[in-house]
Ligand binder design. Structure first.
Ligand code: CA
Length: 141
């Protein structure tokens, strides 16, 4: 077994996220394969899904739980969320927060997003987001 580490910056809002593109999820460029253990750990940086409530880490804001229509309802607003995407589509989103393991039941690209209102059901969706965080992805194979 050996472990490779990949630093990754995750943005609260992608430069190419326009109202028409709907580009919310950010690829890590890392492909998760069967038999690998993949974990993600927050390093530093601050971001927010709602500037009115302040900047937060990858843990998000524990005072605001995500509603339906967010990337991961029930988790903290502003938390780091992951998913795996392949040619057939995307896995269910999963919570990473300050640190988390990637579910091993699917192969594909590891993608990230801040836990926010994906389609503007409650407010400004991703348009008002600010900041970025740095994480370390560890792949053990
Ligand atoms: Ca927002």
């Amino acid at each position: 077994m050996s472990t490779e580490k990949f630093p990754c910056t995750v943005h609260a809002k992608l430069p190419r996220d326009t109202p028409t593109s709907g580009q919310r999820w950010q690829t890590s460029g890392i492909v998760v394969r069967s038999g690998e253990q993949v974990s993600v750990k927050y390093i530093d940086g601050l971001w927010t899904a709602n500037p009115a409530t302040g900047m937060v880490t990858a843990a998000g804001n524990s005072q605001y739980k995500a509603k339906s229509g967010y990337a991961l309802p029930g988790a903290n607003e502003g938390a780091l969320i992951g998913r795996i995407t392949d040619n057939n589509g995307s896995s269910d989103p999963f919570l990473i927060g300050l640190s988390g393991n990637v579910p091993t039941n699917r192969e594909g690209y590891l993608e990230f997003v801040i836990n926010d209102d994906m389609w503007g059901e409650y407010g400004d969706s991703f348009a008002d987001n600010k900041g970025s965080i740095n994480v370390m992805v560890s792949v053990t194979r």
